[in-house]
Design a protein around this ligand. Structure first.
Ligand SMILES: *[C@@H]1O[C@H](CO)[C@@H](O)[C@H](O)[C@H]1NC(C)=O
Ligand SMILES: *[C@@H]1O[C@H](CO)[C@@H](O)[C@H](O)[C@H]1NC(C)=O
Ligand SMILES: [Ca+2]
Length: 331
């Protein structure tokens, strides 16, 4: 307890430390920055000046400007993308993508896809890339097809998401993307993200042998939270990272500012290494559980963190007041 004969400075420091720990940026670092700088992989990253990066190739409408790479302009029926041309030999990785989706009007489409897939540079109908893909797709889907009148009658069984919506899909090359239902039952998880017309937005896609986590920082201010986490996803090494986007009757500018890739720095790695190569694994997702949407356990944890933080701030404020009030008399 606080007494006037203890040195106030000690308490001030303690409270300052507790206060610091309660700030969201600390949690943001916990979620997003647990990669060492040494784990940065330049050959899978994309930074300005883009023209100097030989590790990426563009297709379709994709255009380089000094400030960003525009996958599609805000015009109808465009498709564009960029693909990393270096095979990914990491078993675990984190890809941090900073982007901006913006345009005229209030109904827009279709969105941006992040890919970790076998084939690269193949234009097609899934956010600008080929259907029947092999690998992982994380779709930032800005238009809700399943709520449009043409498909409304078929969508009763499908829970409505608020769009823009991030969805996670794994395909072994055999499945057609369920475009009319925005992935429908193929979605392994996801969350709503109000990404349009922000200065920038970021997501972090992390794969750590079986566990896929998508984090979001919708306002690009370093405040991250978990969008979705899905266990039981098997992906091989040897695939490629890519980004693509498409517009249809509705459009948007789909701009990428940078992509920063880190090798996951987990202790499990050594254990898995002795089981040999992950080359040649067929992409799969365990389907023995219902899709995990935004909310659930993580929301509970977040609420606890927020309540904890509020408590600490209150205690901190009270403590400082108490310390000030109990300063030794006569000073
Ligand atoms: C590919 O996925 C489908 C649907 O999940 C599954 O039925 C099929 O067995 C898988 N094929 C292989 C070769 O794993
Ligand atoms: C975008 O950034 C500018 C200046 O950096 C700021 O004034 C503006 O409020 C920001 N807009 C949004 C939507 O965050
Ligand atoms: Ca859609």
């Amino acid at each position: 307890m606080l007494t006037s004969n203890k040195t106030p400075i000690k308490h001030v420091l303690t409270f300052a430390l507790l206060c610091t720990l309660s700030f969201p940026s600390v949690w943001a670092q916990f979620f997003s920055m647990d990669y060492k700088e040494s784990a940065y992989r330049e050959q899978h990253s994309l930074n300005r000046p883009y023209a100097d990066s030989g590790h990426w190739d563009g297709f379709g409408a994709a255009a380089i400007t000094p400030e960003y790479i525009r996958l599609t302009p805000d015009l109808k029926s465009q498709q564009g993308g960029i693909w990393n041309n270096k095979r990914v030999d990491m078993r675990g990785w984190g890809v941090h993508i900073n982007f901006k989706i913006h345009g005229q009007g209030s109904i827009n489409g279709d969105g941006i896809a992040f890919w970790y897939s076998k084939e690269r540079m193949m234009p097609g109908p899934v956010f600008g890339s080929k259907d029947y893909f092999s690998g992982l797709g994380v779709f930032i889907d800005t238009f809700g097809n399943h709520v449009s009148p043409s498909t409304a009658s078929r969508s009763e069984s499908h829970r409505n998401h608020e769009h823009p919506y991030i969805s996670i899909i794994v395909n072994n090359g055999s499945q057609k993307y369920d475009h009319d239902h925005d992935g429908g039952h193929q979605n392994l998880g996801g969350c709503s993200v109000k990404v349009r017309n922000k200065n920038s937005t970021q997501i972090l896609v992390r794969y750590d042998i079986s566990m896929l986590t998508v984090l979001r920082d919708v306002d690009g201010k370093g405040l991250w939270d978990i969008c979705a986490q899905v266990d039981g996803i098997e992906l091989p090494t040897g695939y490629y990272f890519g980004l693509s986007a498409a517009t249809g009757d509705l459009s948007d500018n789909h701009d990428i500012f940078y992509v920063q890739t880190y090798e996951a720095n987990n202790n499990e790695m050594g254990v898995h290494r002795i089981h040999g190569s992950r080359d040649g694994i067929i992409p799969s997702a365990r389907r023995d559980r219902s899709p995990q949407d935004e909310g659930g356990a993580w929301s509970v944890i977040r609420i606890i963190l927020v309540l904890g933080a509020v408590g600490v701030i209150a205690a901190c404020g009270y403590g400082l007041v108490a310390i000030t009030a109990t300063k030794p008399k006569g000073t």
